[in-house]
Ligand binder design. Sequence first.
Ligand SMILES: Nc1ncnc2c1ncn2[C@@H]1O[C@H](COP(=O)(O)OP(=O)(O)OP(=O)(O)O)[C@@H](O)[C@H]1O
Length: 234
Amino acid sequence: MSLLQLRGLHAYYGGIEALKGISLTVNEGEIVTLIGSNGAGKSTTLKSICGQVKIQGSVVFNGKDISARPPHLTALEGIAHVPEGRRIFPRLTVKENLEMGAFSVKDKKVIRERTERAFAYFPRLKERYHQQGGTMSGGEQQMLAIGRALMMQPKILLLDEPSMGLAPVLVELIFEIIQELNRGGMTILLVEQNAYQALQIAHRGYVIQTGEILMEDEAQSLLSNEQVKEAYLA
Ligand SMILES: Nc1ncnc2c1ncn2[C@@H]1O[C@H](COP(=O)(O)OP(=O)(O)OP(=O)(O)O)[C@@H](O)[C@H]1O
């Protein structure tokens, strides 16, 4: 069943049209990756879904038209956005950052249970529970950013370049965790410049170029596509 459907989506920054009518579907239980070069419109696609840019066209989520809803409402619908550059709260501890992720939950017991679930995926966060977010390594901050998103128990995770700026061993780890989250039932839309690794773990992929979808296919087919290899996997 399709969980997220974008149809004829245009996005604008003032007079600049960053998305020129893209259509994209994410089915429940899938990892779908959106790959493309710098400035192609990947981040804008995620921002459009969660109401952070001006759009035309439709965003249907879980059977409901949520086009142009503001971010706090799309979050309540079950859409968790982990933006590029892992914007955690640097002066807050790991514990406090995680609690911020569950902003709509009042019950302390529920918050504790969700925290434990986040720790199951990210044991490192448990070790660093009382450490200030800003003092942790890039990889740990990425874990915290994803962990915080999990605290709202979303139906879908929108991940914007989770591998950016990480050492290769940490990139491997983050991609393994993304797969583990997916095996646990999480649907994921993954934006990546690291096309090779993203396609390795995704079920399907879309290639975006200057605001338009150029190709869509099974991830394995995109990995062996000559055009994709030349442009994005070289
Ligand atoms: N706040 C903004 N104001 C004006 N133009 C913007 C803004 N943000 C993005 N753009 C433009 O929109 C287009 C798409 O940008 P976007 O950030 O979505 O690309 P991207 O594929 O995510 O690239 P990158 O990997 O470099 O982040 C680019 O031409 C970019 O310059």
